[in-house]
Design a protein around this ligand. Structure first.
Ligand SMILES: Cc1cc2nc3c(=O)[nH]c(=O)nc-3n(C[C@H](O)[C@H](O)[C@H](O)COP(=O)(O)O)c2cc1C
Ligand code: SF4
Length: 438
């Protein structure tokens, strides 16, 4: 696929990229889609997004239009949109591309979503470490105010009576603040501790008010869907081959690791990982063999050596035994990669990033890390390996022992690596301890 939609204003060559200002964006026809949306009723805009079956691009893949319909009727008091630009998932850097080079395409999506859902206050939550991106987005928000998009006069110079205020909120550097309810706590000025759901944010979110949380890429896609229509979106991507919801549209996929040309590529869902690596990311570095890949952010787990032809769509979880598509940003490993070290490195990340509220996550993450350190240096036993899998299998929303999905991410990452590369772990376990039996 050669035509690009979400990245239409971003040159393919890295050296040619620059941030589009408000004027640059308007010169490309930018904010024309907002104008179009404002000629429709809010519910008509929601219907287009719902009919397109756009699935959230932040990791969970929840249908965007459906989520919007969970909002109660407006009651005249403030309702919120939170834009999730935390993007702290290791190996994930797709939202940053839009923020760096085409921030107004995201702002246009924000304005359309606010109008459609009648949300009058938007908080753009930006990952704490991204000082440069915070400056770019603040400038773009200021330009959008000066250009009459946001502000008390009403959207788009008062084309609509509906007025939206937008504020940038910088995080303080915790991965957990990307989880939507931790994000709400952080915007409220508290420690980023996930909330127990229900109530869901659409009903009781920021400051106890109805709130929609959407990913940056999701909102950029909303703009294109309203511009081009639901049929157009459904003409791209693929239906499910396992009887699940479809994977329509295009997706930003950031490829990193052992490839010649790591970058973000916009491709149709359903494209195989092999095509993504060979035809987009310049092939395996040094012509070395593919050994595996983090499927889409470490939380999703890994694709094994025989899964290079996995289709990158929302069926990837059940078909290839990973948690899901996640952010669709794979990190590629070549034949020389030490998978025990990979597992230990990932476990260290989760040990550091667990917020500590739930015992299985807090203690489990620590135990997994300790066991992997022991196995990596050759001091582990087969019993340690079994214990590692037992601990990992007991933590997460899925076994029902934790509040949020950070723990599931830890569990899937560790279990898929151990299960798909088990012999590498067994080879590190002490032979004398392997021989011991009860
Ligand atoms: C530990 C954890 C971290 C997350 N980090 C992000 C993130 O950085 N960006 C994001 O959009 N979603 C992240 N999510 C998913 C959000 O909770 C939420 O599903 C998403 O922002 C909803 O937007 P969407 O429906 O447009 O995808 C994370 C979830 C978990 C459990
Ligand atoms: S699962 Fe982990 S990160 Fe999530 S709330 Fe519980 S302790 Fe915090």
């Amino acid at each position: 696929m050669s035509e690009r939609f979400l990245t239409r204003n971003i040159p393919a060559k890295r050296e040619d990229r620059k941030t589009l200002s408000f004027d640059d964006y308007v010169a490309t026809g930018g904010y024309g889609t907002l104008k179009k949306a404002l000629l429709m009723s809010p519910s008509e805009v929601v219907d287009i997004v719902k009919t397109a079956e756009l699935r959230g691009r932040g990791g969970a893949g929840f249908p965007c239009g459906l989520k919007w319909t969970f909002l109660p009727e407006p009651d005249g008091k403030t309702r919120y949109l939170c834009i999730n630009c935390d993007e702290a998932e290791p190996g994930t850097f797709k939202d940053r591309l839009l923020v760096d080079f085409d921030p107004h395409s995201v702002i246009e999506g924000i304005a359309i979503a606010c109008y459609a859902c009648q949300l009058d206050c938007a908080y753009f939550f930006m990952r704490g470490e991204w000082a440069t991106q915070a400056k770019i987005m603040q400038k773009a928000i200021d330009e959008a105010y000066a250009g009459g998009i946001f502000g008390s006069q009403g959207l788009m110079h008062g084309s609509s009576d509906f007025a939206v205020e937008c504020t940038l909120h910088r995080g303080a550097g915790a991965y957990i603040c990307g989880e939507e309810t931790a994000l709400l706590e952080a915007v409220e000025g508290k420690r980023g501790w996930p909330r127990i759901k229900p109530p869901f944010p659409a009903v009781k979110g920021l400051f106890g008010r109805p709130t929609i949380i959407n990913n940056v890429e999701t909102l950029a896609a909303v703009g294109q869907i309203v511009e081009r229509g639901a049929d157009w979106w459904q003409s791209l991507g693929c239906k499910s081959s396992v009887g699940g919801p479809a994977s329509y549209g295009v997706k930003l996929m950031g490829v990193s690791g052992h490839v010649n040309n790591p970058d973000v590529f916009e491709i149709e869902l359903g494209t195989t990982l092999r095509t993504l690596v060979d035809e987009y990311a310049g092939g395996m570095k040094g012509g070395r063999q593919f050994k595996g890949a983090i499927a889409g952010g470490v939380s999703m787990g890994v694709l094994g050596p025989d899964q290079f032809d996995a289709e990158m769509d929302f069926d990837i979880g059940p078909k290839y035994n990973v948690m899901g598509l996640g952010t669709a940003c794979p990190t590629i490993f070549d034949e020389g990669t030490d998978m025990v070290a990979v597992a230990r490195n990932i476990a260290r990340f989760y040990k550091n990033e667990s917020c500590g509220q739930c015992t299985p996550c807090r203690e489990g993450a620590d135990w997994i890390y300790k066991l992997l350190c022991r196995i990596e240096v050759g001091d582990g036993s087969m019993k340690d390996l079994d214990q590692l899998l037992e601990v990992a299998g007991s933590m997460g929303i899925m076994p029902g022992t934790t509040i949020c999905g950070l723990s599931d991410g830890n569990s899937w990452a560790v279990r898929t690596i151990v299960n798909k590369y088990r012999s590498e772990f067994e080879d590190r376990c002490k032979p004398s301890l392997v021989a011991i039996s009860p």
